[in-house]
Write a protein that binds this ligand. Structure first.
Ligand code: BGC
Length: 247
């Protein structure tokens, strides 16, 4: 079974056909710049361009950086506000003329890591944290996802965690990895005091540089880097669509 996975991000919209048997790409991934402003109509056109690029005939899974319930986005922390209350899944299905499933980006990345990557065969509670423009979270208990958790917005010292510990905060404030890792440790410690997870998986682009900051973290839970890195969103979107749309 193959599904086209698409990862909708703030700067790029990336896709590739994915084999659900292996989690591998069946063709080289293709990236198109995210239109600005990233309104639903503009994003739907780009998603349809990706469908056409791969001459895709089957189902599509799409990530989106917001809470998504039954196709509707309920938040817009780092995306155009016109998505709030909007059924993006319906629009994408109409524009692409095929079944499309929309899900939260961190949930998708977590699904991919738990199936094929750093969380494979892990029992107990696994928490995936993605560090990018925002902080995304995905919580798994014995491999089962609790969807739409928004722990990037946990308050730490009165501030949104993603304003203190995201990769955007590190870059904007020009913090060294040492300085940033202290804030990240504080965030992970707060998460472990609330959840007592068995494993943290750290994803997002910065996880490629994990050797610069994972050894500096001071939480008690084991922390491992994501294995699928940039591809996790695409793979997870395809996985979720394959399961939910029963293609
Ligand atoms: C959003 C989440 C998203 C995360 C990562 C946060 O600002 O609220 O829904 O998963 O960023 O993109």
């Amino acid at each position: 079974m193959d599904v086209l996975g698409i990862d909708i991000g703030g700067s790029g919209i990336k896709g590739a056909p994915v084999s659900l048997a292996s989690g591998e790409f069946l063709a080289e991934r293709h990236r198109i710049e995210t239109p600005q402003p990233a309104t639903p109509d503009a994003v739907a056109q780009v998603v349809n361009n990706l469908v056409q690029h791969f001459a895709w005939q089957g189902a599509v899974g799409c990530t989106f950086p917001a809470v998504i319930k039954r196709g509707v986005s309920y938040t817009a922390a780092n995306v155009d506000e016109s998505w709030i209350g909007f059924n993006g899944e319906q629009l994408l299905s109409e524009v692409c003329q095929r079944p499309v499933l929309l899900l939260n980006d961190a949930d998708a990345a977590g699904l991919a890591e738990v199936r094929y990557g750093a969380g494979k065969d892990q029992q107990g509670m696994v928490i995936m944290i993605t560090l990018g423009t925002g902080i995304g979270s995905a919580i798994f208990v014995n491999g089962v996802l609790v969807p739409n958790t928004e722990f990037g917005h946990l308050k730490i010292r009165g501030k949104d965690a993603e304003d203190r510990a995201s990769d955007r905060a590190r870059k904007e404030k020009e913090w060294s990895f040492r300085k940033w890792s202290a804030r990240l440790s504080e965030y992970l410690q707060e998460m472990e005091a609330l959840f007592w997870p068995d494993l943290f998986i750290i994803g997002g682009g910065v996880s490629k540089k994990h050797e610069k900051f994972l050894p500096l973290l001071t939480c008690r839970t084991p922390v491992v880097p994501a294995q699928l890195q940039n591809d996790a969103g695409i793979v997870g979107a395809a996985l979720a669509a394959g399961a939910l749309l029963r293609v």
